[in-house]
Design a protein around this ligand. Structure first.
Ligand SMILES: C[S@@+](CC[C@H](N)C(=O)[O-])C[C@H]1O[C@@H](n2cnc3c(N)ncnc32)[C@H](O)[C@@H]1O
Length: 226
């Protein structure tokens, strides 16, 4: 009983999703977006990785070895290979990648475009991952990061770009893994598209599991075994 209550309390505190330790292809790890990326790289022997929005390129040292790693970020402090917006990058480059991580401008229309542009340069059997697709409250899904000079946790409206494709792209397989503020995972495939509303946070709150196609970390590992 005590354990049940403790688990329940812990769960309610984990508003950003599962933070458990699981066995991934690279060993036992506490689950987060980078661990998921590394797991996919390892099980598919992926050779190339592109990250849209890096904040600090050095953070990418946590990636396991892939032959080719590239990054795009308009902030010079990020030290990305391509110091430009994702729109500028995609209009001038067509280099292909096995895995693309979208974590740039956290705005619905931008994420919708980042998904489309990424699909155009994704190798066959490649995956797109996205960060911040499961904001737990309307406050987390606000448009602007800054609130009265402070920067509380923020997911922006990235989920809306993902949701647009849930409604309009039957030729994609789309899921959100319930960890690290929601990690979207997309590949070319098939999906039963979401026929309901996708406008405004209330639509997400009311239909979170179906709209996002939310899966647990265990479900992910069952589908992508180590
Ligand atoms: C949330 S941070 C990325 C965090 C990083 N991916 C991680 O996992 O720790 C978002 C980054 O996106 C960058 N960014 C903003 N607008 C962008 C755009 N239009 N295209 C690409 N990156 C953008 C910002 O400069 C910032 O460094």
């Amino acid at each position: 009983m005590l354990k049940y209550l403790a688990d329940k309390l812990l769960k309610s505190q984990r508003i950003h999703g599962d933070t458990g330790i699981y066995k991934f292809a690279q060993g036992w790890r506490r689950v987060n977006r980078i661990v998921l990326v590394n797991h996919l790289i390892k099980i598919h022997s992926y050779k190339s990785y592109l990250e849209i929005g890096v904040r600090k390129k050095e953070r990418m040292n946590n990636l396991i070895e892939t032959k080719r790693v590239s990054s795009v970020d308009p902030d010079p402090m990020a030290n990305a290979e391509y110091c430009m917006t994702s729109d500028d990058y995609f209009s001038n480059h067509d280099e292909k990648f096995d895995i693309i991580f979208i974590d740039g401008l956290h705005e619905g229309q931008q994420v919708k475009r980042d998904i489309e542009n990424s699909l155009n340069v994704l190798n066959k059997n490649g995956h797109i991952l996205l960060h911040d697709i499961n904001p737990p409250t309307a406050f987390h899904a606000r448009e602007n990061y800054e609130v009265n000079g402070k920067y509380p946790s923020w997911n922006g409206t990235s989920w809306e770009g993902y949701a647009w494709h849930r409604k309009n792209s039957p030729n994609l397989s789309m899921r959100v893994i319930d960890t690290d503020w929601g990690v979207g995972i997309i590949k070319v495939g098939k999906q039963k598209i979401w026929l309901g509303d996708v406008s405004g946070y209330e639509a997400l709150e009311t239909n979170r599991e179906e709209l996002l196609n939310l899966i647990s970390v265990q479900q992910f590992l069952k589908e992508y075994p180590a």
